[in-house]
Design a protein around this ligand. Structure first.
Ligand code: ZN
Length: 282
């Protein structure tokens, strides 16, 4: 889902100040671009091309991760990009019901509907990251099912934030899940501690919608993907595979990791120590 995280909060401010009116019926003015991208209003062609270019590569990455093909089979996926904030908010009301447009956001995905909406940002890279974030949610839903409400927020959002961070090589190939902005990852030792604690006590994560913020969830998923202990890394792979087959995320995490929770917490801290989160002393 698309609550605004710390990584995008700044962009939101600019958008709020620049929302021009778009009075026509937006749905009638949608135009398709690529296999699953739709544009509403005057979205620059270069922006749409960039979303298709990176989005196609991200779909391939997710297809390898979970197997299956999100573009065929269980209904199509759609990424709608809106040129104006008013058009975006109207789409939220139309697609996700009342309430969605009242929360501050620049992107929104339906966990079961296969669609997401993205509001064009002044900064092309911010729009791209938002599109990749929401696309991750949509593809995850298509490939892993909609989980019937057993949504485990830190895994979903952490993964979406991680995969929306990317670098592009000279040949145009992208690498997703780049943990190269440690300043955003760890704002305090206390946050790191909380992440590690909730990481092995996911009951709290299930009961409360937002026990971690986006940056913390990102840090945790990133760390889980970089565990250096082979048996713990294998358990993380086992967790992701079970989830991709429709298992309840929280229950599965407890089953796989609870017996090893102390070692896991230590291993997460070791990853952070090496991968660069600043360890400021209080
Ligand atoms: Zn999200």
């Amino acid at each position: 889902m698309g609550k605004t995280g710390p990584l995008v909060a700044l962009a939101l401010v600019f958008v709020a100040a620049s929302g021009a009116g778009y009075a026509q019926d937006d749905a009638k003015h949608e135009r398709a671009f690529g296999r699953y991208v739709m544009a509403t209003g005057a979205v620059p062609r270069s922006q749409l091309e960039a979303i298709v270019h990176l989005g196609d590569q991200l779909v391939d990455v997710l297809r390898e991760r979970w197997g299956g093909d999100p573009l065929y089979g269980r209904g199509r996926i759609v990424v709608r990009v809106h040129a104006t904030r008013t058009g975006y908010l109207r789409a939220l009301d139309r697609t996700y019901g009342e309430g969605a447009s009242s929360l501050p956001s620049i992107g929104w995905a339906s966990y079961c509907g296969g669609a997401c909406d993205v509001c064009l940002q002044p900064d092309e890279r911010a729009t791209l990251s938002t599109a990749l974030h929401e696309l991750t949610h949509v593809v995850q839903t298509r490939l892993c099912g909609c989980f019937g409400g057993s949504v485990w927020i830190w895994y979903r959002e952490g993964l979406a934030v991680a995969l929306s961070q990317y670098t592009v090589r000279a040949d145009g190939r992208a690498r997703f899940g780049v943990l190269d902005r440690p300043v955003e990852i760890q704002r305090s030792r206390a946050a790191a501690q909380r992440v590690a604690e909730i990481g092995y006590d996911p009951v709290a994560s299930v009961r409360r919608m937002w026990p971690l913020d986006y940056v913390e969830a990102y840090a945790l998923v990133g760390a889980m993907s970089r565990l250096r202990e082979p048996d713990l890394a294998a358990r993380w792979a086992e967790f992701e595979k079970a989830v991709s087959e429709g298992a309840h995320e929280g229950m599965t995490f407890v089953r796989i990791f609870r017996p090893h929770r102390l070692r896991l917490a230590a291993a997460i801290r070791r990853v952070w120590a090496v991968d660069g989160p600043p360890r400021r002393r209080p």
